[in-house]
Design a protein. Structure first.
Ligand code: SF4
Length: 346
């Protein structure tokens, strides 16, 4: 199997050009064809010699994401189930906001983290995506948006998988996305979300980027978090908090906490009080997400009054908090639901 051309950063394409007896700027030309002109084949790269195009085709392939399912929500959200070359399937979502179009990408086929409210983890982890396979999701979304002269303005790495367990590929993907000679997505418009893989929170803090970090926290203490997220036994709550304090000290960037509200489990006033105490000195924002019903689990949604009560308790204690606007609710847009359905049928 040949590597994917999208796996390479601009610098790696320049090195490849040099190693093949060409000036480095040929690497830049290839990058331009991939991310600005967004061609589908090496033969379309017409400012390269025929010989060079053939060499590229011999050594690399394009990622093919074939559309298995496309679901469109009334709110404009479009969810894709894409088939990969090895018959695995991944989900990618285009979300429309009043401030632009956001793409939610997947970093792994399945996930081994085991969060109890998440459909992505039901079949375990199948494999990591390569950087190019993550990149291809955004390029494909941009090609779709090209038809209406729109652009991808932000990216959230919140699809299936734990990006910090596929760290290098995720970072390579990010370097390509933010490059000013490519898609040029603003770093502050990208958010990477982790369940709390502690060593890589430290690593990410040291990367010196402006990319946002979100943490799936979902509980205000160790015991409850371990029940909802087995990863908490590997990286306990307090260790995650220490890593986040390091991140804050290093970057000065506000952290987002994702908190899925599950009826009767983690959504009571006492949980909100405890969470507020834990977060009180942190530069952060809490995103409350009323949990989606996962038929395989017995979770129920938090009532509207409890959602607002939870929000009010946090806000009264000075925590910056919002309730996430649900998108694509009518098309099973929550992480992993479409793929889970596909696996059942397949
Ligand atoms: S929420 Fe994210 S980390 Fe947790 S199981 Fe689902 S995909 Fe994995």
């Amino acid at each position: 199997m040949k590597p994917f051309i999208y796996d390479l950063t601009l610098e790696e394409l320049q090195d490849w050009a040099k190693n093949n007896g060409e000036p480095a700027f040929r690497g830049g030309q290839i990058f331009d064809w991939l991310y600005v002109k967004r061609v589908n084949d090496f033969s379309e790269m017409t400012n390269l010699s025929k010989g060079l195009r053939e060499k590229l085709a011999e050594q690399f392939s394009f990622v093919t994401l074939h559309e298995i399912t496309k679901l469109e929500s009334k709110d404009g959200t479009v969810k894709f189930l894409f088939g990969l070359h090895d018959d695995h399937a991944i989900e990618t979502v285009i979300m429309r906001h009043n401030y632009g179009n956001s793409i939610c990408v997947t970093t792994q086929v399945g996930c081994r983290i085991g969060c109890t409210f998440c459909a992505s983890t039901l079949g375990g982890l199948k494999r990591n995506l390569t950087a190019g396979e993550i990149t291809a999701q955004v390029v494909q979304a941009q090609k779709i948006l090209d038809k209406t002269n729109e652009r991808v303005s932000s990216i959230v790495i919140m699809g299936s998988g734990e990006p910090f367990e596929n760290y290098e590929a995720t970072m390579t993907f990010l370097r390509t996305m933010i490059h000013e000679k490519g898609l040029n997505i603003g770093q502050r418009h990208i958010t990477v979300s982790t369940s709390g893989i502690v060593p890589n929170i430290y690593k990410f803090a040291d990367e010196d980027t402006q990319i946002n970090l979100a943490i799936s926290i979902h509980a205000p203490n160790d015991a409850l978090r371990s029940k909802l997220m087995p990863v908490n036994r590997r990286y306990p709550f307090n260790d995650v908090m220490d890593a986040l304090r390091y991140y804050l000290a290093k970057t000065g960037r506000r952290i987002s906490f994702e908190y899925a509200l599950i009826g009767g489990v983690n959504d009571q006033a006492e949980h909100a009080e405890e969470l507020a105490d834990v977060l009180k000195d942190m530069l952060c924002h809490v995103n409350l997400i009323p949990v989606n019903h996962v038929p395989e689990r017995k979770y129920v949604r938090t009532s509207r009054s409890d959602i607002f009560n939870f929000q009010r308790i946090l806000a009264d204690k000075g925590i910056n908090v919002t309730i996430r606007r649900e998108q694509g609710h009518d098309i099973a847009a929550a992480c992993g639901q479409l793929r889970a359905k596909h696996m059942e049928l397949g």
